[in-house]
Write a protein that binds this ligand. Structure first.
Ligand SMILES: [Zn+2]
Length: 504
């Protein structure tokens, strides 16, 4: 018979009135006998407009807690669920209407947390767990938007954390990561002014780290199960970039910018991860904010490397001098349906490539584009292929003119850069295409889009994810900004960025 009397039960409730209109409070419930211990503890800093109800029950083996929070203004919730075999932490910081519903169970060797977080304004929500050398983490950060989020964590034999996210906002960020003693898998997404973001992500670890799931923006698949499945089996990363445009009222109306997304997924050996990133620990939201918005070089906003997962050291580029990247044009039925002249299209893409070559005095690209009917789009096959395919639309009629997939290997590094091995560019058949320089939101000029997409091929990211969202004046001049009508020369920020990576 179990000796309940030997167990120690500690419940402490601390309520401190700090200053109106905020109050801070801590609740801690622990249960154990020194061998079989478990605890659920919370700290809160809540606005006085916020109502919180928490109920805990326990038996000899588990502590259960259910909590409901209806909040407004500024709220911070920190929730720990810990046992002998694991520990987990959940942080929610919000500014604006918030509703949280959480159910947690803590045993000495296993635990579960499931919760929903809904609200508008600014919300940061993170759920992480550690079990031996395994670690999993799910993060969502939204600035000036609306969010519906479900998160769950399970610790026990397998450690896993999941999030199902639907959000829109001025600036949004998603992250799913898992670490094990053998490898690290990291997925993140940066979204600027995107209204229709959906993600279902699971990070799990048990000796090996892996992630599953998908991310879409405006119905455009940014990361899918197949891609993550294939990344999980090699030391490789993929960066996806897309920007979205809604048609103007008619062909004479300028297209309306509807946001941009960059998603990254990378799998690397644990020793590579340890040497290229600060730590496996979760970042504070301040750190998160600074990385979400990228950096500034001199007076020009132009330095935002592709594949930048944590702190810039995992950026990627073509590491060899004069990489002479061979580009292909896929001449399939989609392409022929555009009625384009193949020589003119090859020349347009080549002219775009030459703009980057000229800026660096390097042979970044080969001197001709090869037209071929037998190369493949969006498949990692060591061939960088430009092709036409149908992308979109979503229910709001939002389309991307083009997007890029850039693959890099995480098994070799030079000067802190991973090695890009391939970059495919897709042009949307929803639009009409030409090679005479005319882009008006219905018709697009190949060279104009190619200059921007080839910036991604070289390792540059989009410039949209900037602090407080406005497009800076200097940014407006950059190819890597949303610029589908500008004259085709690089801005000073573009130049500085490409020099940072390839010299000058
Ligand atoms: Zn882009």
């Amino acid at each position: 018979m179990e000796n309940i009397s030997r167990k120690i039960i500690v419940i402490s409730i601390l309520s401190i009135l700090v200053t109106t209109p905020t109050f801070a409070m801590g609740i801690s419930i622990s249960l154990g006998d020194g061998r079989d211990d478990m605890a659920i503890s919370d700290t809160y800093r809540l606005s006085t407009d916020t109502a919180l109800k928490a109920k805990s029950t326990f038996d000899g083996h588990y502590i259960y807690q259910d909590r409901q929070l209806y909040g407004d203004d500024d709220n911070t919730l920190v929730h720990y669920v810990e046992g002998n075999g694991y520990n987990s932490k959940n942080v929610i910081e919000s500014s604006g209407p918030l509703r949280v519903s959480t159910s947690s169970a803590a045993g000495s060797q296993s635990a579960s947390i499931s919760q929903t977080v809904m609200g508008t304004g600014n919300i940061f929500a993170e759920l992480q767990g550690t079990q031996g050398s395994d670690f999993v983490d799910q993060k969502t950060n939204m600035i000036d938007g609306s969010l519906s989020l479900s998160q769950s964590l399970a610790a026990g034999s397998l450690l896993s954390a999941s999030q199902g996210t639907e959000m829109s906002g001025i600036s949004c960020y998603l992250e799913s990561s898992s670490l094990s003693s053998s490898n690290a898998m990291l997925i993140n997404g940066f979204f600027y002014k995107v209204e229709d973001i959906k993600a279902d992500l699971t990070a799990a670890s048990q000796g090996k780290a892996w992630t599953m799931g998908e991310i879409s923006a405006y119905g455009d698949n940014c990361l899918d199960e197949d891609t993550l499945g294939s990344l999980g089996s090699k030391s490789m990363g993929l960066s996806f970039d897309s920007s979205y445009v809604k048609d103007g009222e008619d062909a004479k109306t300028a297209p309306i910018f509807k946001g941009a997304v960059q998603t990254n997924a990378v799998n690397m050996d644990r020793d590579v991860f340890d040497s290229t990133t600060k730590t496996g620990q979760a970042q504070s939201s301040t750190e998160l904010e600074s990385q979400t918005y990228g950096g500034q070089v001199g007076n020009f906003w132009g330095w935002l490397p592709l594949g930048n997962i944590y702190d810039g050291t995992t950026a990627c580029r073509w590491n060899q001098a004069n990489p002479t990247i061979q580009l292909y044009l896929l001449t399939d039925a989609n392409y022929y349906a555009e009625g384009l002249n193949t020589n003119s299209v090859c020349t347009a893409i080549q002219t775009a490539a030459n703009i980057w070559d000229a800026a660096t005095y390097q042979k970044l690209f080969a001197s001709t584009v090869i037209a071929s009917s037998s190369v493949s789009r969006d498949v990692q096959d060591w061939k960088s292929v430009h092709s036409w395919e149908y992308i979109g639309p979503n229910s709001n009629g939002v389309f991307s003119p083009g997007h890029s997939h850039t693959w890099y290997t995480t098994s070799s590094q030079k000067d802190g850069f991973f090695q890009i091995i391939e970059s495919d560019v897709d042009y949307n058949t929803y639009y009409s295409w030409n090679t005479n320089g005319n882009s008006d939101g219905i018709n697009y000029d190949v060279e104009t889009i190619a200059v921007h997409e080839l910036g991604h091929t070289l390792g540059l990211a989009d410039l949209y994810n900037k602090k407080n969202a406005p497009l800076y004046k200097a940014q407006d001049q950059q190819i890597m900004n949303y610029q589908y009508n500008h004259p085709l020369w690089l801005g000073n920020g573009d130049r500085q960025a490409i020099w940072n990576m390839y010299g000058r």
